[in-house]
Design a protein around this ligand. Structure first.
Ligand code: PLZ
Length: 485
């Protein structure tokens, strides 16, 4: 008799034995011993790398859990794709109904090395067994200093560097501003249009978009000034990167005064703001101007950093060497870790005890970062991001050729996007972008939107994904554009 396996997901094969160990079976027959278990499937790269839909999205088990989530979790915490995840690895997420989804989001640019990457898991387990916390400010440990050593080596520039480790991207940005203010003795902070820097009070003020990040949460921190960004697709007339930089500089000089600015904080490619790639020359000119005026240039590489754009850092592309760099997300394969890294003299401007926090540079998060960085180095993930960029770029260009609603294809490496517009080729069409994304979700592909106007579909696959998954994923994206036409 062949047993029917209804919920393969929940059956773990424990081994095969030869009878007569089990009474009543034919001596010598092979008996497969299986145990039904609630233990979740192990994630990591060993998971079958496939899209598999066995229920509607969300499936019944996810729906049950969503009802519970709604009862217990604050409404303000949103959900992009309402399935509960049980295991993930490589380029897929597996939900509690047994659906395997193609991941084109990496938990917002975090799991670049893949979910449960072996080197991350191994080091985390080892560290967890040794000790989980001391607070680095109370009694130090090697992992923290090791991460700082990697950061000094990998971030742009070969000058002497130091780092401080924190828990989240927003916290890293806040600390960069604190450091720049002490170093310069100035208050004002310059940011750009469409910027995203976080959800804490200071970083909300630095973030451009009101809904959902700022609405009702004021009053915001003062002394934040916003300059125009280089946004090639939306320039009324085409201007060069240098010209766009002069426009920003002129505004800051007239409205703030260079001598009052402590720092300019900028994402080298805007993330939440719409994957806006500034025109070439924009960043180098801004860097030059900050140097001339004693302003600290802070590159927010929280989304772009750690191989995402095909270099270790997006600033590398044009050889821009920031004074300070903020990192988070991809640094630790999914563990909460963030950093400010920069010129030793600037970092050391702050008095002893002025920087820190209970968990900043937690030993387990540091172990995860060491595993993630080791993986990026060994597998040359910047090169993999460039390969992904070629594949995804070709697919998106093909979609743009077919659908006039794609006004712009942009990005770099494994950080690519399309901007969706109306019939005039310009008016943002967030409804269409949302419909395409929703269709992808229904078909088992995890996509995200972004942009000040909500009309940008962005793609951030794990660098650990396969070409086959990317190809299938973009078949689905392409079909979603057809279906919503
Ligand atoms: N700087 C450039 O991309 C985080 C935000 C998701 P935290 N981006 C994802 C959301 O809706 O909250 C981000 C970023 C850049 C800073 C941050 C903030 O990083 O780790 O989310 O605090």
């Amino acid at each position: 008799m062949v047993p029917e396996i209804r919920h393969a997901r929940r059956i773990r094969l424990c081994g095969a034995i030869s009878t007569p160990a089990i009474s009543g079976s034919t001596p010598g027959a092979l008996v497969i011993v299986a145990v039904v278990t609630d233990t979740p499937t192990t994630g990591g790269p060993g998971l079958p790398q496939e899209r598999r839909l066995v229920t509607a999205i969300p499936g019944p088990r996810s729906q049950e859990k969503l009802e519970r989530r709604q009862r217990l979790v604050a409404k303000g915490v949103g959900t992009t794709l309402p399935v509960f995840i049980e295991a993930a690895g490589g380029g897929v997420l597996v939900d509690v109904d047994g659906n395997s989804l193609i991941d084109l989001a990496s938990g917002i640019a975090v799991t670049s090395v893949g979910n449960s990457a072996p080197a991350v898991v191994e080091r985390v387990l080892e560290q967890t067994k040794a000790f989980t916390h001391t607070c680095f400010m109370v009694t130090p440990y090697d992992g923290y200093v090791d991460v700082c050593e990697h950061l000094a080596e990998l971030t742009p520039g070969d000058h002497e560097k130091k780092s401080a480790l924190l828990n989240s991207g927003a916290e890293a940005v806040e600390n960069a501003v604190k450091i720049a203010r002490v170093h310069t003795g100035r208050d004002a902070v310059a940011v750009v249009d469409h910027a995203y820097h976080g959800r804490t009070n200071l970083t909300m003020a630095m973030t451009a978009k009101n809904m959902p990040y700022k609405q009702g949460f004021g009053p915001f921190a003062g002394e934040i000034y916003r300059a125009p960004m280089s946004y090639p697709f939306r320039e009324p007339v085409e201007i060069s990167g240098e010209q766009a930089a002069e426009r920003a500089i002129d505004l800051l000089e007239k409205q703030v005064g260079a001598a009052n600015l402590s720092c300019l904080v900028i994402e080298p490619i805007l993330g939440e703001g719409g994957f806006v790639v500034p025109a070439e020359g924009f960043l180098p000119r801004l860097k030059e101007w900050t140097e001339q005026n004693g302003i600290v240039f802070v590159a927010d590489e929280i989304q772009t950093g750690f191989c995402r754009t095909g270099d270790w850092f997006a600033c590398d592309h044009e050889g821009v060497v920031p004074d300070l760099v903020t990192t988070a997300k991809g640094i630790a394969g999914g563990f909460p870790l963030a950093a400010v890294t920069g010129r030793a003299d600037i970092m050391d401007a702050v008095h002893v005890g002025g920087l820190g926090g209970t968990y900043g540079g937690n030993p387990v998060a540091c172990a995860a970062a060491l595993g993630a960085i080791e993986t990026m180095r060994e597998q040359d993930l910047p090169a993999r991001a460039r390969e992904i960029g070629v594949l995804v770029g070709e697919r998106l260009t093909a979609i743009a050729d077919k659908h006039a609603c794609v006004g712009d294809v942009r990005g770099r490496g494994a950080m690519m996007a399309v901007e969706v517009v109306g019939a005039d080729g310009r008016t943002p069409d967030p409804a269409r972008a949302g419909a395409v994304s929703a269709q992808c979700h229904e078909q088992g592909v995890v996509t995200l939107t972004c942009g000040t106007f909500g009309n940008v579909l962005r793609f951030l696959p794990p660098l650990a994904t396969t070409d086959a998954l990317l190809t299938e994923g973009f078949d689905v994206v392409s079909a979603a554009f057809d279906a919503t036409a």
